[in-house]
Design a protein around this ligand. Structure first.
Ligand code: NAD
Ligand code: IPM
Ligand code: MN
Length: 357
């Protein structure tokens, strides 16, 4: 029996998360493995109901679970709050930090039927199969920061702080992942300007000898942003610091058709957390327009990384592939000639394929 903490959060979270939960229920029935789901409040929903973005009982539940499934947090309603109260900085970041989730795996894989859904040409996106290994508990997000009065105005700073140990653990993981894939690792930094990037590059170089089978390449982040849309198939594994990884992964999502397709796994601690790369999408929330596939594919990553159920994970991915091959599309991946479906309908289609497959 596996205990799964379910944190739908805000915006489209409560629409997409149940679709992934129901997919896991089908997996449970088919494999005879019992999943026990317990829901908890996080983000704006928790602020409204409990007065704080990450109530202690939510963190406790996560710690006591075997895995966490999260939707998204944040939205216009809570945007005016100070950083120490906001859903993003008072719930999501502390949750990642408290659980020790220093590695965020963000695979960008093109399901072939979606080549036309990308604004990029088919011949550019064809063959996209990369994974961004994003450092998740360091850098600008967690370094010393301050905003204060200065003369007539104010000053503010954030600090991109990294230690050798922090870089080594994420880089080692990225080398290992590369080693299990096509053995090509691109480390992305801004070492021509930033001191923390200099340490990053030196530290990554220091691990090369441990992984002779992996070809290591360094790339500046600005060039990487360009190369991602110029020739994405050149990438296998990308390892980078927190902020660069955040930005590059939203960009990489476009190679796959939509940000609604990109799953993620945050690992490195006792309990891993699975969430789509996208946010709470307030512009489409409550309208059954959201694509649940990123969350369903995040559940597949849970099966693989937390429960070592590789076959079940592959079955979920294959079911998603078949639904797309049959021409079903949510609005974000719709092209003329395909069949437009809503959030719940897309979830149901995946489950039907899973049951039949
Ligand atoms: P967003 O990812 O929520 O939305 C960007 C655009 O992508 C929007 O047009 C949205 O409709 C679309 N989109 C996103 N997910 C989609 C899906 N599943 N299906 C179809 N379309 C989808 O980013 P944003 O608008 O910059 O942020 C909105 C809120 O979400 C903010 O409060 C932000 O802080 C928060 N956020 C949270 C997370 C998280 O919880 N992990 C991640 C990113 C942003
Ligand atoms: C993400 C989000 C978060 C991040 C925000 C909401 C704190 O953009 O998960 O990609 O920057 O990590
Ligand atoms: Mn992001």
């Amino acid at each position: 029996m596996y205990k799964i903490a379910v944190l739908p959060g805000d915006g489209i979270g409560p629409e997409i998360v149940p679709e992934a939960v129901k997919v896991l229920e089908v997996v449970g029935r088919r494999t005879g493995i019992e999943f026990q789901f317990t829901e908890a409040l996080v983000g704006g929903a928790a602020i409204d109901a409990r007065g704080q973005a990450l109530p202690p009982e939510t963190l406790d539940l996560c710690r006591q679970s075997d895995a966490v499934l999260l939707g998204a947090v944040g939205g216009p309603k809570w945007d005016a709050l100070p950083p120490e109260e906001r859903p993003e900085t008072a719930a999501l970041l502390p949750l990642r930090k408290e659980l020790g989730l220093y590695a965020n795996l963000r695979p960008a894989y093109l399901f072939e039927p979606l080549a036309e859904a990308s604004p990029l040409k088919r011949e550019i996106v064809a063959g996209t199969d990369l994974i961004i290994v994003r450092e998740l508990t360091g850098g600008l997000y967690f370094g010393p920061k301050k905003r204060e009065k200065a003369g007539a105005g104010e000053v503010a700073y954030d600090t991109m702080l990294y230690s050798t140990a922090e870089i080594e653990r994420i880089a080692r993981l990225a080398f290992e992942i590369a080693s299990s894939r096509r053995c090509h690792l691109t480390s992305v930094d801004k070492a021509n300007v930033l001191t923390s990037s200099r340490l990053w590059r030196d530290t990554v170089d220091g691990l090369k000898g441990e992984f002779p089978e992996v070809t290591l390449e360094h790339m500046y982040v600005d060039n990487c942003a360009m190369q991602l849309v110029r020739r994405p198939a050149q990438f296998d594994v990308i390892v980078t610091e927190n902020t660069f990884g955040d930005i590059l992964s939203d960009q990489a999502s476009v190679l796959t058709g939509s940000i609604g397709m990109l799953p993620s796994a945050s690992i490195g601690g006792q309990v891993a957390l699975y969430e789509p790369v996208h946010g709470s999408a307030p512009d489409i929330a409550g309208q059954q327009k959201a694509n649940p596939l990123a969350t369903i594919l995040s559940a597949a990553m849970m099966l693989k990384y937390s429960f070592k159920m590789d076959q079940a994970a592959a079955a979920v991915e294959a079911a998603v592939g078949r639904v797309l091959a049959k021409g079903y599309r949510t609005a974000d991946i719709y092209v003329p000639g395909t069949s437009l479906v809503g959030t719940a309908e897309m979830g149901a289609l995946v489950r039907r394929e899973l049951q039949e497959g």
